[in-house]
Design a protein around this ligand. Sequence first.
Ligand SMILES: N[C@@H](CCC[C@H](N)C(=O)O)C(=O)O
Length: 275
Amino acid sequence: MIPFRKMHGLGNDFVVVDARAAALPLPPARIAAIADRHRGVGCDQFITLERPGAGADVFMRIHNPDGSEAGACGNATRCVASLLMAETGRGQVVVRTVSGDLPAERLPDGIVQVDMGHPRLGWREVPLAEAMDTAHLPVALGPVRDAAACSMGNPHATFFVEDLDALPWLELGPQLERHPLFPDRANIGFAQVLAPDHIRLAIWERGAGPTLACGSGACATLVNAHRRGLTGRRARIDLPGGTLELEWRPEGAVLMAGPVATAFLGSLDPEAYPA
Ligand SMILES: N[C@@H](CCC[C@H](N)C(=O)O)C(=O)O
């Protein structure tokens, strides 16, 4: 049996397993089966903790429920950081991912803040299929057009809209995720700027679909909104599951803060899931 912890940040939920002592029999097909909402435990991302090597407190591997591996997950980083803080008794930890080392710290009132690093703004870094200005993508579908893209360790495109409530974003998301301009697919954000420091955001996540919150998507949205002159460098971002506080610091790093929670602990039999 494999013990796991079910955690979430604003309802963006994770199954977290600990493979630091020994590797676990969890190939991508089995992870997809465990992530299934009807036949498995169910989660937006499956998180495996591994030994980090020098310079970090843990290595966090991220899988989407379709079995694909992701380079970043802002909300899972905050959840895992809170676990490591409890484990080490420290208020600051470093979470290593395939996209880089992410320092995190505990703030008052149970809030965890993570430094998500510098956004990558070049077309090859997103990545896009061809050379272009990543602040204006020639992508249009139904009522949305003119997205901005960046990578926060994973690919994001943001469409700015007048009225999120009127937008059929659940229909647009899956088509845009697989637009030919995104060779690695992309997380798709639909953002309504309410004020220079306040954004409403819905995200269609690559490999996961609609989630209640996407931390890296919130970071990408602030970056893209600021590049387009729509906001300042700080904003409160309201997602379906709650609110994140963000800052894109002048030196380049994006800070993201919000709550984390453990929903329950459990154990699963890997042999019960197809591999
Ligand atoms: N929920 C995450 C993002 C998870 C990965 C994403 N679906 C991808 O494939 O890049 C977050 O909080 O950032």
